[in-house]
Design a protein around this ligand. Structure first.
Ligand code: ADP
Length: 445
């Protein structure tokens, strides 16, 4: 029995399937980006410093050794494979670790090392002789809090005396007890409950406050108010650290409420480009020929991994089902999965257990993953009016970074309309999309 091809021709369907996956929340997007990324985003940009207390000189470090961390903590940093501070860390870390403590607002795109920076600051500020929470980190969701906690656990693996407590759903504490852990990482609602309502810990004894993913935080109903309520209960001398991947007026207004007299540092987003990407198109008569093209491509991927973008969930799951049935190891990331399932799919893909990831637009941004060498557009990206969506094309295919990792993009064309989209995209970027004979997929290497 063969799996029937999707009956609705992609792009002709205006059903919910088309867009349902693109509507994942900012928090989920941020999480997926964290999971899929193996290392730092390279950057050619310089740090922008927006406000600086004239009384405090600004330092920058080129090595972790120069930070004079506790040896066990430094060991933990190196054990993570970090050789040198990232661009944002070079400037952020000396300030975050300075005495007297300084407040900071830092903005840079996902993957530039913000989490690692504030986790290091959190860990180094802990006084283990005091058995109560001193460091509080707010994250927008359960999953993001866990991600941060895992970084903290790894970085502090040689400092077993530092204890971390999650204040997230599912964690319960019996009435009247007190939290003895040094660091609390949690979501605003739970932290308010524990700190204000149940008094499981004393917010007025917190000396380091981290607000992570501020842009995601304000996109979540009620979170901003809860953060502000928590902030009001913190002591004046508490060090405030505020992080965001984006820089909008709402984020900055929020920042101004939370952080007084801050050092503001920004790292501009690295632009994506098609410069080092070889682009091709393959003519196919129908969806079955597209499938054949995919299997040919699969056959020639010897190194690296591929991501295949489909326009609808339906096509994505059809393709995944058929490839699996034909004995190919593929992963599928679809909107039908739970958050846990998505994490596990991306974890496996990042670990290289599957060579191919099939998805819709969920990952359109943030797929600049080193090990992905081939991106296939099973369907060309288009907007609601069926016009070429050049921006999405660039997010899917483009790469950042000065070392210009090269890549290959293959567009499957099965109609005149698809050919038109392809021509429009080609013209828009002024970069040739070469014809590739369906039989000659091996030419691409
Ligand atoms: P952000 O919080 O800005 O998204 P992260 O701190 O999560 O960035 O870092 C992105 C990725 O880079 C993670 O996989 C992290 O382990 C890694 N990383 C962070 N700092 C360094 C460093 N100094 N050297 C090498 N890798 C790093």
């Amino acid at each position: 029995t063969s799996i029937p091809a999707p009956t609705v021709k992609d792009g002709d369907s205006k059903s919910d399937d088309d867009t349902s996956e693109e509507q994942i929340s900012p928090a989920e997007k941020s999480l997926l980006q964290k999971i899929i990324r193996k290392g730092l985003v390279e950057t050619t940009k310089d740090i922008e410093i927006q406000r600086q207390d004239p009384n405090s000189p600004l330092y920058s470090v080129k090595t972790f050794d120069a930070l004079h961390l506790k040896p066990a903590l430094l060991k933990g940093v190196y054990a993570l494979g970090f050789n040198a501070p990232s661009r944002i860390q070079e400037t952020a870390l000396p300030t975050l670790l300075a005495d007297p403590p300084q407040n900071m607002i830092a903005q840079s795109q996902s993957g530039t090392g913000k989490t690692a920076a504030f986790v290091l600051a959190m860990l180094s500020r802990v006084d283990v002789t005091k058995e109560y929470p001193q460091v509080l980190c707010l994250s927008p969701t359960y999953e993001l809090a866990i991600q941060t906690g895992e970084v903290a656990a790894k970085m502090s693996r040689f400092c077993p005396e530092i204890k971390i407590k999650y204040a997230v759903r599912g964690e319960e504490i019996s009435r009247g007890s007190k939290i003895s852990e040094h660091i609390i990482i949690g979501t605003p609602g739970k932290v308010l409950d524990w700190g204000q309502k149940f008094k499981f810990f004393d917010l007025s004894k917190i000396s380091v406050f981290v607000l992570d993913e501020a842009d995601v935080m304000i996109a979540t109903q009620g979170h901003q108010d809860q953060c502000i309520r928590i902030h009001k209960l913190l002591p004046r001398a508490c060090q405030m650290m505020f992080f965001s991947a984006t820089y909008e007026p709402e984020v900055m207004n929020f920042a101004e409420i939370i952080v007084s007299n801050p050092l503001i540092i920004r790292l501009l987003r690295e632009e994506e480009s098609l410069d080092n990407i070889k682009q091709y198109y393959i003519r196919c008569k129908n969806v079955d020929e597209k499938y054949t093209a995919i299997t040919n491509i699969y056959g020639v991927i010897t190194i690296g991994q591929a991501i295949i973008f489909c326009h609808t969930k339906k096509t994505a799951s059809w393709l995944a089902g058929k490839m699996t049935k034909d004995g190919h190891a593929v992963a599928i990331l679809s909107g039908d999965l739970t958050v846990e399932q998505r994490i596990s799919v991306l974890d496996r893909f990042r670990a290289g257990l599957e060579k191919v990831l099939i998805t819709t637009n969920v990952l359109a941004r943030g797929i600049d993953v080193e090990q992905v060498t081939i991106v296939v557009n099973f369907d060309l990206p288009m907007d609601q009016n069926r016009q070429a969506d050049c921006e999405t094309y660039l997010h899917r295919i483009g790469r950042t970074g000065r070392f210009g990792k090269s890549g290959i993009a293959i567009n499957l064309i099965d109609s005149d309309h698809a050919m038109e989209l392809c021509r429009t995209i080609e013209k828009h970027f002024g970069k040739k999309i070469h014809y590739l004979d369906a039989e000659d997929a091996d030419e691409i290497e």
